[in-house]
Design a protein around this ligand. Structure first.
Ligand SMILES: Cc1cc2nc3c(=O)[nH]c(=O)nc-3n(C[C@H](O)[C@H](O)[C@H](O)COP(=O)(O)OP(=O)(O)OC[C@H]3O[C@@H](n4cnc5c(N)ncnc54)[C@H](O)[C@@H]3O)c2cc1C
Length: 452
C-alpha cells in the first residue's frame, strides 16, 4: 500500500556556496577545505555533535592502520591530530605503545571550536532526507527539523553522509555490500566500562591485549558460550580512573545500514550481546569483578553502506596493481580490513580464497611498497552535476571500500572534495569541469601526496 504526500511550500532558510551533508571525517575534511578555499560553507549534521563514527560510534582510534608502520598520516587529518594532541595530550590513555586515540567527548568540543575558527557554519539536528533536482542539478537540500522541513540552497553539494543519502535522494545509482548477496560488514555498538580494579592498572605490559588474546582462544575453542559471533576484542583507551573508553565487540550481522527495521534489530541485538559480555567479563577476568557498563555509544556504527556509482569505480585489482591515475587526489598504503558480512569466523584473512568469506585483514607492511591513489572521478557521481561525494560512500567495489573507509582516508577524500568545490565555485564550473591538474597542484600545495 502507498500514500501520496502532498507537495509543500518550504522556507529557504539559507544560501551558501557549498553545502556539506554529514559531519564525520569526510564532512570535516570537506567543510574545512572548502572554507579555506574561500567558499561560504554550511555543514549539516543530523546529530548534535561532529565526528561521525569517531565520536558517535566511539571509534576514537583513527590511524590504527598506520600504527607500528613507517607510514604517517598527512593532510588535514594529521593537522587535526597534532592540534588535538597539543591541547588534550593522550586523552588520559595509560596503555603503553598505543596508537593515538581521541577522546570522543574532548573531540566534540575541539571540532566545534575548529569549525568556528575556520569560518564553517554548522547546523546540528538537521537530517538531510530529500533534494530538489532541476536539470540534473541539486537546487535545494531538504532537512527535517522539529518545525518541519526546511530548504537550503548552494552552488555545490558535498555528500559526506557515509550512506550516500544525498546521492541516493538525487537518484544516483548506488550499490551496497557484497555483489553476491548485498550484505555489508556488521554493525557494531561500541560501549565503555568503568570500575576496573586498581591492582590491575598497576601491572606492567598491556594486559588488555593479553585479555583479547585469551578471549579469542576461548571463543575459538567454543568455551565462552557467548551468542555474538565475534572472536577478536579490540579495547580502546584505558584511563587511570579504571575506564575502558570503548570495547569494539557487539556485532550484528546481515543488517541493512539504511533500513530502520534493520537498524532497530541491530541496536537491540547488540545491547543483548553487551549484557551477556558484561556478565562474562565479571566472572572470567580477574580485576573485572566490579566493573559497570559506563555508557553505550549513541548509535550502532557501520564500516560500509551505500557506495555511489561514480565516473570511475576503484577496484581492489587497481589497488593490487598500484594503478597510477592521472587524476589521483590522495594516496594510501595498501591495506584491507573487512569484517565478515555474514559472521563466518573461518578463513585466513587473505584477500583471495576463503578470505572473502571471513574477515579479510591485510595489514600495512613496511616491506610492501604498494600504495594506491584515489582518482578524482570516484568522487563524481554519474548523475547530478553539482554533487561531489566523499568518505566511505565514494565509488569503489566492496573490497576496495575496506581500504578507503579508514578514517584518515575519508578525511582526505573530504579534503579533495572540499578543495574541488571551492575551485568550482570560484571558476563558475561544475565539479566535473574542474581541471584535475589544477586540483592536484592545489592539493600538493596543501601537503597532500598525489602520486603513489
Ligand atoms: C565499530 C567501528 C570500528 C571502526 N574502526 C576503525 C578504525 O580502527 N580505524 C579506522 O580508520 N576506521 C574504523 N572504522 C571505520 C570508520 O569509522 C568509517 O569508515 C568512517 O568513519 C567513515 O567516515 P565518513 O565521514 O565517510 O562517515 P561517518 O563517520 O559515518 O560520518 C557520517 C556523518 O554524517 C552524518 N549523517 C548521516 N546521514 C546524514 C543525513 N542524512 N543528514 C545529515 N547528517 C547525516 C552522521 O551523523 C555522521 O556524523 C570503524 C567503524 C566502526 C563502526
Amino acid at each position: 500500500m502507498t500514500i501520496t504526500i502532498k507537495p509543500k511550500e518550504v522556507e529557504i532558510s539559507g544560501r551558501f556556496d557549498v553545502l556539506v551533508a554529514g559531519g564525520g571525517p569526510a564532512g570535516i575534511g570537506a567543510a574545512v577545505s572548502a572554507a579555506r578555499g574561500g567558499a561560504s560553507v554550511m555543514l549539516l549534521e543530523k546529530r548534535g555533535f561532529l565526528g561521525g563514527n569517531i565520536t558517535a560510534a566511539y571509534v576514537e582510534t583513527c590511524n590504527w592502520f598506520l600504527h607500528g608502520t613507517s607510514f604517517s598520516p598527512y593532510g588535514l587529518y594529521a593537522e587535526i591530530e597534532n592540534a588535538y594532541r597539543a591541547e588534550w595530550g593522550r586523552s588520559h590513555d595509560i596503555r603503553e605503545h598505543a596508537p593515538h586515540r581521541f577522546s570522543s567527548e574532548y573531540l566534540k568540543i575541539f571540532l566545534d571550536e575548529l569549525m568556528e575558527r575556520e569560518g564553517v557554519k554548522v547546523l546540528f539536528h538537521s537530517f538531510v532526507n530529500d533534494v530538489v533536482v532541476e536539470d540534473g542539478r541539486i537546487k535545494a537540500l531538504i532537512i527535517q527539523t522539529k518545525n518541519g522541513p526546511q530548504a537550503l540552497v548552494s552552488d555545490i553539494v558535498i555528500d559526506a553522509t557515509g550512506d550516500g543519502d544525498v546521492a541516493f535522494a538525487a537518484g544516483v545509482p548506488c550499490k551496497k555490500g557484497r555483489d553476491t548477496d548485498g550484505y555489508c560488514q556488521p554493525g557494531t555498538l561500541n560501549f565503555r566500562i568503568a570500575g576496573l580494579d586498581a591492582r590491575y592498572l598497576a601491572g606492567h605490559g598491556d594486559k588488555l591485549k593479553e585479555i583479547g588474546r585469551q578471549f579469542e582462544k576461548d571463543y575459538l575453542a567454543g568455551k565462552t558460550g557467548l551468542e555474538c559471533r565475534r572472536k577478536d576484542l579490540p579495547f580502546g583507551r584505558l584511563t587511570d580512573g579504571g575506564l575502558i573508553s570503548y570495547i569494539n565487540y557487539p556485532c550484528s550481522y546481515m543488517i541493512d545500514p539504511t533500513s530502520n527495521t534493520g537498524l532497530t534489530r541491530g541496536e537491540i541485538e547488540c545491547r543483548r550481546y553487551i549484557k551477556q559480555f558484561y556478565h562474562y567479563m565479571r566472572t572470567h577476568f580477574p580485576g573485572f569483578e566490579r566493573i559497570e557498563i559506563a555508557s553505550i555509544a549513541p548509535e550502532i556504527g557501520f564500516r560500509d553502506s551505500r557506495r555511489i556509482e561514480g565516473k570511475y569505480t576503484l577496484t581492489h585489482e587497481d589497488i593490487e596493481k598500484g594503478v597510477v591515475f592521472a587524476d589521483t587526489v590522495c594516496v594510501f598504503p595498501r591495506m584491507y580490513d573487512m569484517l565478515s558480512p555474514d559472521g563466518f569466523m573461518g578463513g585466513d584473512g587473505a584477500l583471495s580464497g576463503m578470505g572473502y568469506k571471513g574477515h579479510i585483514f591485510v595489514h600495512i607492511k613496511d616491506d610492501d611498497t604498494r600504495s594506491f591513489g584515489v582518482p578524482y572521478r570516484c568522487l563524481l557521481p554519474v548523475k547530478t552535476d553539482n554533487l561531489l561525494v566523499a568518505g566511505r560512500c565514494i565509488s569503489t567495489t566492496h573490497v576496495a571500500e575496506s581500504s578507503v573507509r579508514a578514517i584518515y582516508a575519508c578525511m582526505l577524500t573530504g579534503q579533495a572534495a572540499g578543495t574541488a568545490a571551492a575551485i568550482a565555485v570560484h571558476s563558475a564550473l561544475m565539479p566535473e569541469q574542474v581541471d584535475a591538474a589544477v586540483l592536484r597542484t592545489e592539493l600538493s600545495r596543501q601537503g597532500i601526496i598525489t602520486s603513489p
